[in-house]
Design a protein around this ligand. Structure first.
Ligand code: SAM
Length: 281
């Protein structure tokens, strides 16, 4: 094993490959697939990612999965506050050292999927002008995390998430419809703000990545989740068949009132159609 020796104190710029290796080596840490760990090891890329976000000295950033702190550090330099949620408790000592100079960083060791995001954001907004999410997401739960954020109804300014490029392309393709793309469309707009090569991660994933940016300008309709989940239960089935468990004997009347042909498929409906359907729940 290569030992990255350092004289004196650990140098900042965590995202530099030598610094990442030094920290992982010192704490005998190995990235684990179980938590989707692919650490960013290119300082320029990390700085550019933060530049694509609206983070400034009035912003509180929620970061999901700080890892060893590479992205956290660059966010901390630009933001007023960084609140991180990390599932892997092995990272406690690493983060205590790597981010010790940043007193605006708070790390909570908790599975992000169990965070009551709505109330967390309400609390943070009492102190900070705006709250946004910035994260290099663990790819094994990308959709679950995005859905958790959107359906929470949390009053966020925006979301900036590193995801697999292929996923980013799908989620920004206006002709592709899934419950997640419709949830995104219901609250705002999505775009790809930056492409990221697989070569700037350690370990390097098998695919390239991209930063998916979602700006939020509308409140989430909490009834939408039920309607979307029901409508997409079986993609090949008609909306009548998929929605009949939800609307029971009123299914035909509801579809009629919304001006929808019962033989349509879920992906043929617009977000407005789905919002109309929620009014009959
Ligand atoms: N932010 C670091 C970086 O950019 O180098 C690490 C990103 S790595 C792709 C994903 C991070 O999310 C890991 O630190 C992993 O432990 C963490 N993670 C995975 N599942 C999580 C969950 N459910 N809740 C919170 N953190 C999670």
């Amino acid at each position: 094993m290569v030992i990255y020796k350092r004289l004196g104190e650990f140098m900042k710029d965590i995202a530099k490959k030598t610094n990442t290796m030094y920290l992982l080596d010192k704490y005998d840490m190995q990235a684990t697939k179980k938590f989707g760990q692919n650490f960013l090891i290119d300082l320029n890329t990390v700085k550019k990612i933060v530049e694509t976000t609206p983070v400034d000295k009035e912003t509180c950033v929620i970061e999901i999965g700080p890892g060893i702190g590479a992205l956290t550090e660059q966010i901390a330099i630009k933001a007023k506050k960084v609140r991180c949620y990390e599932i892997d408790t092995r990272l406690k000592d690493v983060l205590a050292e790597s981010l010790e100079d940043y007193d605006n960083v708070e790390i909570i060791f908790q599975d992000f999927l169990t965070v009551d995001l709505y109330n967390v954001v309400e609390e943070l907004k009492k102190e900070y002008k705006q709250v946004c999410i910035v994260a290099n997401l663990p790819y094994y739960i990308t959709s679950d995390i995005l859905e958790h954020i959107l359906t929470s109804g949390a009053k966020l300014l925006s979301i900036h998430a590193m995801v697999q490029k292929e996923v980013a392309l799908k989620l920004t393709d206006k002709t592709y419809k899934s419950p997640l793309t419709l949830m995104i469309e219901s609250v705002g707009h999505s775009s790809i703000s930056m492409n990221v090569s697989r070569n700037v991660f350690d370990p390097s994933p098998r695919v390239d990545s991209a930063i998916l940016s979602i700006t939020i300008d509308k409140e989430y309709n909490s009834l939408l989740t039920q309607v979307l989940k029901a409508a997409f239960t079986q993609k090949r089935k008609t909306i009548y068949n998929n929605l009949k468990d939800l609307f029971n004997e009123q299914t035909n009347d509801v579809l009629n009132a919304c001006g929808l042909d019962p033989k349509l498929r879920a992906e043929q409906l617009s977000i407005e159609d789905y919002i109309n359907l929620t009014k009959h729940l």
